[in-house]
Ligand binder design. Sequence first.
Ligand SMILES: [Zn+2]
Length: 103
Amino acid sequence: MDERELFARRLGISLPWHVEEVEMVDGVYIVFVIYVGTLVYCPTCDKKADIHKVEKCSWRHINESEEPTIIHCDVPIARCKKHGMMQIEVPWALFHKGFTEIK
Ligand SMILES: [Zn+2]
């Protein structure tokens, strides 16, 4: 299993999310994730929505038993006919509670 697969498992990432690259910089894992889907689901009503644009976001995870991890991802912004524009949820924030978004 390569590092990308390992991180995909560890972070709960599966299609349409994809771990594109993993780097180790000064003892910190930098994980680049991309969204490979062509549409998204509205986080409120769960209906199919268009991808309005993507937003560059980063998260940091610190866990005493593992090396610190930073995730970078262009997160799709859904445009729902009813609910407007909203960032969709990312799997690692749901799966792995220790992630904090870096603003
Ligand atoms: Zn909606």
